[in-house]
Design a binder for this molecule. Structure first.
Ligand code: SF4
Length: 211
């Protein structure tokens, strides 16, 4: 990508999404980790409806570690894959207590060793809790990276992450990640992107897909 195109994209994102950040609700480090695990293949909105209830009913890592799986399931049953996620929530609480003194680790290998935590989740947690420059490639970031020309069609999420890291300075990673998520969630959606009013339409690889 040539520098002027990249600057156009970054200027557009800065103009429309100057102060965006994580939309998941949390008060403590482990609440963020669990919220991100719960958000896999589910909207942040759906997660935000269940986590306040979950963390009120089980208000500590110890309470979550001791909770019956069925009790966790009953609180989170409105979100996708809730049975598997209920097991992950309990196991994460147990492992944070037994292996990490009740704190969320910042190390990527330690994070991805936790149940239900993949690279994307680890990157979100490292960026949000520790401000470590990371680009978490979720479905929005992956789609937009293609449409805006940062990656090729055949690239998987790991290649996309590598290409984005190469294309941007590290101090841009965290904000850029949130900006693409907001653009993808509210404007450049997967099925009905608002192409007719998009200032980036001339450089887009999937413009007017739905028109
Ligand atoms: S032209 Fe349409 S598909 Fe392309 S970036 Fe803009 S809104 Fe998204």
């Amino acid at each position: 990508m040539d520098p002027s195109t990249k600057n156009r994209i970054l200027t557009f994102l800065d103009t429309h999404y100057p102060h965006v950040g994580c939309e998941l609700l949390y008060r403590q480090d482990y609440e963020l980790l669990i919220a991100v695990v719960l958000s896999a293949q589910t909207t942040d909105q759906a997660v935000n409806k269940v986590t306040p209830v979950l963390f009120e009913r089980f208000p500590s890592l110890e309470a979550l570690a001791d909770a019956p799986i069925s009790a966790i399931e009953s609180v989170i049953q409105t979100i996708g894959l809730y049975r598997t996620k209920a097991h992950h929530v309990k196991a994460i609480a147990q492992q944070l207590l037994s292996l990490h003194e009740g704190r969320v680790p910042s190390d990527k290998a330690a994070l991805t060793a936790l149940p239900g935590v993949g690279i994307k989740t680890a990157n979100v947690v490292r960026a949000e809790l520790f401000r470590i420059p990371e680009i978490a490639v979720d479905t929005h970031v992956h789609r937009l990276a293609y449409r805006l020309g940062f990656r090729q069609k055949k690239d998987d999420v790991l290649v996309t992450e590598k290409k984005l890291r190469k294309a941007l300075p590290p101090e841009r990673y965290i904000l850029f990640h949130h900006q693409l998520i907001h653009f993808g969630r509210y404007r450049c959606t997967a099925k009905k992107p608002m192409c007719s009013t998009c200032p980036l339409i001339d450089l887009c690889k999937e413009k007017n897909k739905n028109l």
